[in-house]
Ligand binder design. Structure first.
Ligand code: T1G
Length: 700
């Protein structure tokens, strides 16, 4: 329920907005602002302040209202009321003034903000563009080049930077109301005008030749295939070339086009999917959590080091455990190197780096772990070793300590069985590089206690990860779906495609990286080593790995050896096609009795994406994922699935489950039912004309 209160403080009319949790511009709030500004025109106030209760200034339009019938006053009407006020209106910003919230602030005549505040126009992350004048006002204050970066990136900026860009007039160090009142009184004393941003004009001659076209080209490389970014450039161009009202009209047209696009629907789906993933069916909201004030990581390899950084970055002391000092020193050196990379990128200061490193203490003694609240095992994927470690932890760690494994696919219950406290055991599956990737699969064992699960989900927010709860089954959610995806890539390869064709199809469709290039990045020897420990009967269909193993046998391990499916320039690591690989492919196709054929891009795309969807349906049937949107979060945040396609399950809904089902039946007829039997849930929903989203709704 939103409220808008008005109070006269001396000569200043203070308008306080309150619409928990983030003061989104719901219909009620828009009505309240509009009325308060209108009513204040006739009272004794000489200036007005607009500020918010709660944790933040207005954080944007109310996304939950999108797609519903519009209710007056529209945001544009509220903005006009503010801008045409006869008295100066001052926006007083704290928290994050985002999207429509910052557009309201830009419509005010002046803006002040707490030094801790951030402002931004993140609409592009929802497949939108600022639809309430942001593309017209921001360039008038900050300049065209800065506005293009701000709006196409969508990343909020701190108040001080906004002030340097003239987006904020005054930064306030402590008490926002007090500072805003003092600023407003200054304006009154100097009889400051109600200066409207819309009245600023941009001289077209001031724009460097080719600025817009060069920016468009650079942008396309970063956002290929996305609608909103290019439309933002068009809007900013209009801010230079057209009168304000015409620029506003242009912005509205393109905003509506974005709003109605499938890309925006997908991105808004992911926005809410990420938030609903934190909610666990059957776990009461008030489930207690355990305090985590100290952590230990077993294993200082790439993963262990990255995981340790997450906790140090959150200010939590970490003990990093290795079997000997050499291994420990290597691990600590990797961490130092990673911090230096972040330092070079300006992601942290020297002091912050020093502080984080001071929180990471190496040890080779388990005896140092007796008081830690959480241990995360991050050694290589050997079950016997993991069980040995958990048995030791069981004897060493205090009662109530949470014992977690970072395994990427192994049985949590089998690991928990090595302890006397399976209720304290859980999976925390990080993704490499662990200090960068947002996704965290929280894997519940059959005996994991509720408060352990709740603690893991809470901890994800502390270390800035996006958690998704997964059940304990091979590969959990993401890696289980990766198996058929990789399988189909390998089969397309041996049946007639090339690495470049497969990767080009998937990358131009929107995947961050194609499967062959991904294999080269991760290392072809990973799968090879796993298969070396398996009997032939356990390795599966040789057509799905013979090429990769042949390349490894030739010393072509991927990027790390300078060659894999591609050749890599030793200096730049730029990849190029290698005719030698085609020879390997053709040789093994012949050995496997496969007659290579022309494979269309569409077949490649559908075999790889529908394999994901079919496995996702099975994961839902098995109860490994709580909801289809959780699977979407996993694949977008952990596997480079294009967010503007919403994740595998949303994508399936968007093209229609009947189409997916029919295609899978055709693949079954062509390639056999071993790989292509439609999942029962997919079959049922397709036949009922339903979507995965419908199914999720009924599961609540
Ligand atoms: N509308 C409706 N609900 C919202 C919302 C919004 N704009 N933002 C957040 N929520 C809900 C969210 O779903 C969650 O609900 C709760 O608030 C807490 O959010 C015209 C068209 C502000 C940085 O893109 O970035 O303006 O799960 O868990 O981590 O040009 O929320 O509790 O039921 O994220 O502290 C532009 C989106 C909109 C900002 C706070 N604005 N929000 O992060 O909390 S489009 C945005 C955020 C627009 C104009 C255009 C973050 C946050 P529940 P949370 P948080």
């Amino acid at each position: 329920m939103s409220t808008v209160n008005y109070e006269l403080v001396g000569d200043i009319g203070v308008i306080r907005l309150n619409n928990p949790p983030v003061n989104a511009l719901s219909h009620g709030l828009r009505e309240g602002i509009w009325g308060a500004i209108k009513n204040a025109q006739g009272d004794a106030s000489k200036a007005l302040i607009l500020l918010c209760e709660g944790r933040t200034f207005i954080a944007g339009a109310d996304i939950t209202e999108f797609g519903k019938p519009p209710q007056a006053p529209a945001l544009s009407e509220v903005i006009s009321e503010i801008e045409n006020s006869r008295k100066p209106v001052v926006a007083a910003i704290h928290g994050t003034a985002l999207g429509g919230g910052f557009e309201v602030a830009l419509a005010c005549h002046y803006r002040c903000a707490l030094s801790s505040a951030k402002v931004g126009l993140p609409e592009v992350k929802l497949g939108l563009l600022p639809g309430a004048g942001g593309t017209q006002r921001a360039p008038r204050l900050a300049g065209v080049a800065a506005a293009l970066e701000l709006i196409t990136k969508g990343t909020p900026i701190p108040a001080a930077k906004a002030e340097s860009m003239k987006l904020i007039d005054r930064v306030i160090s402590d008490d926002l109301l007090k500072g805003a009142l003092a600023f407003a009184n200054e304006l009154i004393e100097r009889n400051a005008p109600t200066c409207r941003v819309r009245d600023i004009t941009i001289d077209p001659a001031s724009i460097p030749e080719g600025l817009f076209s060069d920016f468009r080209q650079k942008l396309e490389k970063r956002t290929h295939g996305q609608l909103a970014p290019q439309h933002i450039v068009t809007c900013v161009e209009a801010a230079v070339q057209l009168p304000f009202e015409e620029g506003l009209a242009k912005e509205l047209d393109l905003f509506i086009e974005c709003l109605l696009s499938s890309q925006s629907a997908a991105l808004r789906h992911i926005f809410f999917a990420e938030r609903s993933a934190k909610k666990i069916y059957g776990l009461p909201k008030d489930t207690p959590t355990r305090e985590i004030n100290s952590v230990a990581i077993i294993g200082a390899g790439t993963m262990g080091g990255g995981i340790a950084m997450n906790f140090a970055n959150a200010g939590i002391p970490v003990k990093l455990v290795e079997i000997n000092q050499n291994a420990l020193d290597r691990g600590l050196a990797i961490i130092d190197k990673n911090y230096n990379i972040s330092l070079k990128k300006g992601k942290l200061t020297e002091d912050q780096k020093t502080h984080c490193l001071s929180l990471i203490e190496g040890t080779t003694h388990y005896a140092d772990l007796t008081k830690v609240d959480l241990v995360i095992e991050a050694v290589f994927e050997n079950m016997a070793l993991k069980q040995e470690i958990f048995a030791k932890l069981d004897k060493t760690c205090k009662p109530g300590a949470i014992l977690a494994t970072n395994t990427s696919y192994q049985d949590i219950d089998q690991i928990a069985a090595a302890t006397s406290r399976p209720e304290d055991v859980i999976g925390l599956h990080f993704f490499s590089p662990a200090n960068v990737m947002k996704l965290l699969e929280v894997v519940r064992g059959s005996k994991s206690a509720d408060d352990v699960i709740a603690t893991a989900m809470m901890l994800a927010k502390t270390i800035k990860k996006t958690p998704v709860l997964a059940g304990n089954g091979y590969g959990f959610i993401g890696n289980r779906m990766l198996v058929p995806y990789a399988r189909e890539a390998q089969l397309c390869l041996i049946e007639g495609a090339t690495p470049e064709q497969i990767d080009t199809v998937m990358q131009s469709w929107g995947m961050a990286m194609g499967p062959m290039a991904m294999g080269d990045l991760a290392g072809l020897d990973i799968g090879y080593k796993v298969r070396q420990n398996l009997a032939d009967s356990e390795k599966g269909d040789p057509k799905t790995y013979c090429i990769a193993d042949a390349l490894v046998s030739m010393g072509r391990l991927g990027q790390k050896s300078g060659a894999g499916y591609y050749h890599y320039d030793p200096e730049t690591r730029a990849r190029s096609n290698d005719p030698q690989v085609l020879t390997v492919i053709e040789t093994h196709a012949e050995e496997q009795g496969v007659e290579r054929r022309e494979i269309s891009d569409t077949e490649i795309l559908n075999r790889l994406t529908f394999a994901l969807i079919n496995e996702g349906a099975k994961i839902l049937e098995d109860g490994i994922a709580q909801r289809p949107s959780d699977i979407d979060v996993v694949y977008v945040y952990g596997y480079g699935f294009p967010p503007h396609r919403g994740g595998p399950m949303h994508y399936a809904d968007s093209i229609g489950l009947a189409k997916v089902y029919d295609a899978i039946c055709a693949f079954r007829d062509q390639h056999g039912e071993h790989y292509w039997t439609p999942a029962p849930l997919l079959t049922q929903l397709a036949q009922e004309g339903k979507t995965f989203a419908n199914w999720a709704h009924n599961q609540r």
